[in-house]
Design a protein around this ligand. Structure first.
Ligand code: ASP
Length: 633
């Protein structure tokens, strides 16, 4: 039986709305051929000084004005790009950063909270709202920026770090000391830096970006001008951990410090925060009555702020007895220091006495981290009290230093050593540069052959698990391409990111699909990977596979989450193509998996009308239709 798709289309009459469809088609085709690498960021604007204006002599948040103001600032919006790519009516809150040195076009969408809040007015419900907005949009964006007041930003950042489980994308909180609308403002730099970092560096953490530095959020505290100049723009510091990113002439990321969840579970949020927690700062002469009153129901968790290295008076039997009793009632008490820097230890008898009452040492956690961690852990109804206590002493999100990491010498790796010798490199800086240049390629090469021992050696000697080579490809891309399931498992368990795009915009999932490695695709999807393509592009891939009768490729796309009814730029689906090319195996698979027979393409054809016009009774039967009588005969 003859079946010619081109001939079939020319015979057909155009539907009425064809002009509109053609206009839309032009736009879509333009976007399709736009090869520029893109990153999409969702900005959640919750309030804070950054968007305030002066009213009656005081700062107040001003609703409905951030987007217009940003749109008018060329550093925040490339108007030419915006006019060509965004629909003025439906995408009014979409903005495009001008291209930076990083060469990824950062597009951002601003979602304004209602009402906008001074962060002093925020509560646990607001943290949950932010977490839910991130969850609802997780697959559509590459990263998130939260505009927030500085007063309680450290609390929100800490809370989000716990609430966001198995996080694989950056969430950056920022704000400012001077509103963004004023002539001089730190807000513009903070906001821009956050967008650039979120769009270009896949750091899977909740971060705080302020004054050219990016800190782990649950390590930050607000500076209040005691140690720094009160008028400084450094509103935050991270007393027990160096910044993860510094933005100077170059942007440098300390990848070795990046915390990775190392699980193969999808991102989720846990927003049932236990509110029955409190901070108790002891002071000389504090009475047992005060402490007893504090420990009354419904109190479930207490952060005890003690002296120096975690010391409380060991000559106060009344207090120690009270802590013991409270622990027996089921209250979790966690000990942190009142000092800004340092950690609790049991090297003093006074600290040891506290430990013996059942109080848990909290290491070097900030008060904000300790409190929000308690609220998170206590909300886990399925965990026993014993498990909750254990989790409190564990490092869950990089909030505490559990052991002093042994300094691993970069010279441990013989290859680096011998190359350094050959090149006569001697300074540590030179060798670090050499390592940074060589390691990503070595890791990719090891992953390409599924060589887990080599990967382990590279990792132990300082290799960053998600380091990208010159093509922007990581070890995970290579292992997925090569179909090395155990290597993929190994990399994911060590925190490799499933979201990193190479310079062609491909994620490891795309590589696994092109290799048709089904078990790897399943594992990646389980870990939270999603197809990084727009539906039109995905449809082009499906149509192309359908035209070649390549059922396995269609199965791979389907396993990866592709919508089998996705339409290409001509509104054609894989089923249109499979019918026209008489690839019955593909037709059967598509129909078995929910492909629709009545989707109209730009010419008004449906897969079923194709089958009728081309007289394919067997296909019509698969579609559950009686073969039509062929009137042309
Ligand atoms: N009161 C403001 C707030 O926290 C302070 C600021 O944004 O800097 O919302």
């Amino acid at each position: 039986m003859a079946h010619n798709a081109d001939q079939c289309e020319t015979e057909l009459v155009r539907s009425k709305s064809v002009d509109e469809k053609v206009a839309e088609l032009e736009l879509k085709t333009r976007a399709l051929h736009d090869a520029e690498p893109l990153a999409r960021i969702l900005v959640l604007y919750t309030g804070g000084t950054i968007g305030m204006v002066t009213k009656n002599g005081v700062y107040e948040p001003e609703p409905d004005c951030m987007v217009q103001k940003l749109r008018a600032l060329p550093i925040f919006h490339d108007a030419e790009y915006g006019d060509a790519h965004f629909c003025a009516e439906t995408e009014a809150n979409h903005l495009a950063l001008p291209l930076t040195k990083e060469e990824v076009r950062v597009l951002f969408t601003v979602e304004e909270f209602e009402p906008l809040l001074d962060s002093s007015n925020m509560n646990m419900q607001d943290w949950a709202t932010i977490a839910h907005r991130i969850q609802d949009n997780y697959d559509r964006f590459d990263g998130f920026v939260v505009l927030h007041g500085t007063d309680t930003m450290a609390y929100t950042a800490s809370a989000l770090s716990f609430m966001c489980e198995h996080l694989g994308k950056p969430i950056i909180l920022t704000g400012s000391q001077i509103p963004i609308y004023e002539v001089r403002s730190d807000g513009r730099d903070n906001f821009l830096s956050s967008l650039i970092i979120a769009g270009n560096y896949c750091i899977p953490e909740v971060l705080v970006c302020f004054n050219e530095k990016v800190f782990r959020g649950n390590r930050t505290i607000k500076n209040h001008g005691i140690e720094t100049d009160a008028t400084s723009f450094s509103a935050f510091k991270s007393p027990n951990m160096a910044p993860i990113v510094t933005l100077e002439i170059d942007i440098s990321v300390d990848w070795a410090e990046v915390f990775r969840s190392g699980t193969t579970e999808k991102f989720s949020v846990a927003t049932n925060f236990c509110p029955n927690v409190g901070l108790l700062r002891i002071f000389p002469g504090i009475t047992a009555q005060t402490v007893r009153a504090f420990m009354q129901p419904p109190m479930q968790g207490v952060v005890l702020q003690t002296y120096g290295a975690g010391n409380a008076p060991d000559n106060r039997d009344d207090l120690l007895q009270l802590f013991r009793e409270a622990t027996n009632w089921g209250i979790i008490i966690i000990n942190i220091t009142q000092c800004t820097h340092g950690r609790v230890s049991t090297s003093y008898a006074t600290g040891k006495a506290l430990r013996e009452t059942g109080v848990i040492p909290g290491g070097d956690m900030t008060p904000e981290a300790a409190l929000t961690k308690l609220g998170y852990v206590l909300s886990k109804d399925s965990w026993s009290l014993d498990k909750k206590r254990k989790m409190m002493s564990r490092n869950l999100r990089g909030e505490m230093t559990t052991s002093i990491q042994e300094e691993i010498s970069i010279m441990d790796h013989e290859l680096i050593e011998s190359v350094a010798r050959t090149l006569s490199l001697s300074s540590k800086d030179e060798i670090v540069k050499l390592r940074d240049a060589l390691y990503p390629n070595l890791m990719c090469a090891a992953a390409n052959t599924g060589d887990i021992p080599a990967l382990e050696k590279l990792r132990q000697t300082g290799g960053h698990i998600s380091a990208a080579n010159q093509d922007g490809r990581t070890a995970l891309h290579m292992a997925c391409q090569g179909g090395h399931f155990s290597t993929v498992q190994y990399l994911l368990h060590h925190g490799a990111s499933v979201h990193i795009k190479d310079y062609h915009g491909d994620t490891p999932l795309i590589n696994a699909i092109s290799g048709k490695h089904m078990s790897i695709i399943t594992l990646l999807v389980q870990t939270g990977a999603v197809i990084p393509l727009k539906p039109e592009k995905m449809a082009v891939e499906l149509c192309s596979a359908a035209s070649q009768n390549d059922v396995d490729t269609i199965k791979a796309w389907h396993e990866a989450g592709a919508d089998l009814n996705a339409c290409d730029y001509n509104y054609r689906t894989a089923l249109h193509v499979a019918v026209c090319t008489y690839n019955t195996e593909v037709v059967q698979y598509l129909l078995n998996n929910g492909a629709k027979t009545d989707i109209q393409d730009i010419f008004g054809n449906t897969p079923q009308s194709h089958a009728e016009k081309l007289c394919y009774p067997d296909i019509l039967k698969m579609m559950g239709q009686e073969p039509a009588v062929n009137h042309s005969e």
